[in-house]
Design a protein around this ligand. Structure first.
Ligand code: G3P
Length: 224
């Protein structure tokens, strides 16, 4: 399983990259707004992230029509070779994904909440599909079960004829809110979990590690 960092914050990305912990980054309009990002600096900011991370960096198109998403996507793909264009799961998004895949641009199909949506994304040529866990839980449903269904159904078929360069689709478990979400996603075989920095830090921690370290340090004082 790979981990992506779900943030637009350069300090968080630099820190996580220095741990050797992340294989990519995902951003979205909310995460960019959260760091005080401005429209005219968006492409430059994505470039800064691409310069730090040796792996796919998802940048989202906020356009609503096929042609606008394609235009946006082609421009975003020009920023760096590791840019992945994030496109929402909707009719115009599917049509744009098909077109972007034809141009060799990898797409991360986002805001995916069901198996039919995931299969349509795969047929359209998405390279990554991002089912959201937390937002599904937020409406009193079971986000993890939905990710499991999506992983299983995508793995039932071979979609490589549809993807850019015939690569395997990877499922990115998104809207991850806890280390336990990560555990469950690993057990069900999700390829990637994209996690906020706070969750990544919690993933490193365990109370028994802390207790063990404390007792080792105390005992080490005895041998001084
Ligand atoms: O990248 C999209 C997703 O991870 C957002 O998560 O917590 O805003 O639902 P959240």
């Amino acid at each position: 399983m790979k981990f992506f960092l779900d943030t637009a914050d350069l300090a968080e990305i630099e820190e996580a990259a220095s741990w050797g912990a992340i294989a990519g980054v995902t951003t979205n309009p909310t995460l960019y707004a959260k760091i005080g990002g401005k429209l005219d600096d968006f492409h430059a900011h994505i470039k800064r992230i691409c310069d730090i991370v040796d792996g796919p960096v998802s940048a989202e198109s906020v356009a609503m029509t096929r042609d606008e998403i394609v235009r946006d996507g082609l421009e975003l793909a020009e920023i760096a070779p590791n840019v992945v264009v994030k496109v929402p799961t909707m009719v115009e998004g599917l049509a744009a994904t098909k077109e972007l895949a034809k141009h060799g641009v990898p797409v991360n199909m986002t805001l995916c909440f069901s198996v039919p949506q995931a299969i349509l994304a795969a047929r359209a040529g998405a390279r990554y599909i991002s089912p959201f866990i937390g937002r599904f839980d937020d409406i009193s449903d079971d986000g993890l079960a939905q990710v499991e269904n999506i992983v299983e159904s995508i793995n039932n078929y071979d979609f490589t004829a549809h993807t850019v360069k015939g690569e395997q689709i990877e499922i990115i478990a998104a809207s991850v809110r806890s280390a336990n979400h990560v555990t469950q996603c690993a057990l069900m075989g999700a390829d990637i979990a994209t996690v906020p920095f706070g969750v990544l830090k919690k993933m490193v921690q365990h109370p028994l590690t802390d207790a063990g370290l404390e007792s080792f340090m105390k005992d080490w004082e005895k041998v001084q």
